[in-house]
Design a protein around this ligand. Structure first.
Ligand code: ATP
Ligand code: MG
Ligand code: MG
Length: 551
């Protein structure tokens, strides 16, 4: 469905504009229910709706589908607002389905007056009994033929709070034998004695999703109502409601496939379970695919938007490789993040021929491919740290790092040679005694000798001690629910590794949350926005430098 001309929704809109349908207007909306935090699947819908509006000079509304007061909270509303902005999309004042409660009520009364809706007094179980199945038609409710007067009176009394929850509902009178179960006299209003965050206790009846959604769309003059495929079977009801009330606008519902990604779950209900069972630290745990989690991890809005572009829009469900999301992220970070040096598993290096007490400032490029990104000073002394992994006591020939007698280049500094190894009682190497060649400042030897390996380092006498958190896939299996397994059984026990005493160059003192740095040779990292303190900085690894998952 992805053609050179654009995806299928783009093409539908172009055709509509060519025919001057909707007087040439394009109005879309992103309609989250504020019952949880947004995840990357929502980003697909946000990007699609806002980009269609941008591309065709239209508008896109942010609308809170807040018709179920039992599950909705202000913290979700606040988070959704800021997340949509963070992703880079502008909306005017957000809309709320609850702003339409009066109008929705009046449309319900109109349906009753026209004999198109009735009050049903069956319990939920009785109603279910009569609803039938996919293969078996439903049966009419005994209350289906109540008179208009009786229905108006009962509905008024529902609204006045005379009835308990679960005793009465208002149902659209459509067809109990329809092959589409959504059309078997769906409930459009129910009694719910819960205050609403926006309308307080004005209402004790609330409209159902299918009734609220199409009317909200029409009241806002939405032209193209884009939703995920599971609403395809609801489209006849969407159209039926708008066809049976007096409303001048009839948006076109168009369905597209939801985003699925391997090694994770994308459903508020499942994410909620991970949070409430304490399997992650909260909705913004950097391992989660929530947009707040990804943001805290260091994902950039551009990377997420590019990913949504890359996967396209179609009607076919598929599971996208997490590697593609990470590769979109690396492309952006490689281009835009400044380089710094940090050592995650420090090994002491002492330069025996460097004067004790002396410090010098060396210049390092902030971005090797972008001289315009400038240079920074990094301090150097007799006492350094290098990465434990960059030393081997008995290295193979192709190990171009440190080993006994071997020479390497310290990035932006000098060539050093390992002279002596110091071990602790357990036999572990705890320090390297090296010499440095004062003629090689900046990294090149005047005598032209070739030194292949370049490693990163920090000045042990002028660095930051930080906690570094390394994240891995949250689930062990590509499909966390494979063979019908409960996804929580499939959690990767090694999804978080904490390194308590990483040593980072002092320049990182001014790091801000969400500003991602490339720690040379290690990956991309950013300051944690929640648990970092000036005394104990915490850095999250956003993503590794290369795809270490490629099989
Ligand atoms: P979830 O199933 O995770 O609870 P939802 O569909 O209930 O999500 P809503 O708040 O109702 O979440 O969704 C707002 C919009 O985001 C809807 O139009 C929905 O179709 C869309 N959306 C949700 N998840 C995805 C996804 N994985 N891919 C694409 N669009 C999605
Ligand atoms: Mg929903
Ligand atoms: Mg859902």
């Amino acid at each position: 469905t992805q053609t050179a001309k654009g995806h299928f929704i783009e093409n539908i809109i172009k055709e509509d504009l060519a025919e001057n349908k909707n007087n040439g207007r394009v109005v879309t909306r992103f309609p989250p229910e504020p019952n949880g935090f947004l995840h990357i699947g929502h980003a697909k819908s946000i990007c699609l709706n806002f980009k269609m509006a941008q591309q065709f000079n239209g508008t896109c509304n942010l609308r809170f589908d807040d018709s179920n007061p039992a599950k909705e909270k202000q913290i979700y509303i606040d988070s959704i607002k800021s997340t949509v902005k963070w992703l880079g999309f502008d909306y005017n004042t957000p809309f709320h389905a609850s702003d339409y409660f009066d109008a929705l009520h009046d449309f319900a009364v109109e349906l009753i007056k026209n004999g198109k809706a009735y009050v049903c007094s069956l319990s939920a179980d009785e109603m279910k009994e009569l609803r039938g199945t996919l293969t078996e038609p439903g049966k009419d409710s005994p209350h289906r033929d109540r008179s208009v007067e009786e229905n108006l009176d009962l509905f008024r009394r529902m609204k006045a709070g005379e009835f308990d929850e679960g005793t009465h509902t208002l149902r659209a009178k459509i067809d109990m034998t329809s092959p589409n179960i959504n059309m078997r006299d769906p409930v459009i209003y129910r009694v719910k004695k819960a205050p609403h965050p926006r309308t307080g206790d004005k209402w004790c009846i609330y409209p159902m999703y299918d009734f609220t959604h199409c009317i909200s769309d029409a009241l806002e003059g939405i032209t193209h109502s884009l939703c995920s495929l599971e609403f395809e079977d609801h489209r006849p009801l969407y159209d039926w409601i708008l066809d049976n009330i007096t409303i001048p606008c009839h948006p076109q519902q168009i369905e597209f496939a939801r985003m699925n990604i391997n090694y994770t779950v994308l459903s508020k209900r499942k994410l909620q379970r991970l949070v409430s069972e304490g399997l992650v630290t909260g909705w913004d745990d950097p391992r989660l695919p929530t947009l707040e989690g990804l943001r805290r991890r260091g994902y950039t809005p551009a990377a997420i938007r590019n990913f949504c572009d890359a996967i396209g829009v179609s009607k076919k469900e598929s599971r996208i490789d997490m590697g593609l999301l990470e590769s979109c992220l690396r492309d952006d970070l490689n281009e835009n993040s400044p380089r710094v040096m940090g050592v995650t598993r420090p090994l002491k290096v002492t330069l025996e021929n460097y004067p004790e007490g002396q410090t010098e400032i060396l210049e390092a490029m902030n971005h090797p491919q972008k001289p315009e990104a400038g240079k920074r000073g990094v301090s150097f002394s007799k006492h350094l740290y290098v990465e434990q992994d960059d030393f081997m006591e008995d290295p193979p020939k192709k190990f171009f790092r440190l080993g006994p007698g071997r020479e390497v280049r310290l990035r932006a500094a000098y060539l050093i040679t390992c002279k002596e190894i110091i071990k602790n009682e357990a036999g572990e190497v705890i320090e390297l005694i090296c010499t440095y060649d004062p003629e090689t400042r900046g990294g090149t030897a005047p005598d032209g000798r070739k030194v292949k390996g370049t490693i990163h380092w920090v000045n042990a006498q002028d660095c930051i001690d930080a906690q570094v958190r390394l994240y891995d896939r949250l689930f062990k299996d590509e499909n966390p629910e494979k063979d019908g397994q409960d996804f929580v059984e499939n959690i990767n026990p090694d999804s978080l590794e904490i390194l308590e005493h990483a040593k980072l160059e002092r320049n990182l003192e001014k790091a801000e949350p969400e500003a991602v740095y490339q720690f040379e040779r290690l990956g991309y990292f950013c300051l944690d926005s929640k648990e970092s303190t000036p005394e104990k900085p915490v850095f999250n690894r956003t993503v590794t430098l290369r795809d270490t998952w490629a099989k």
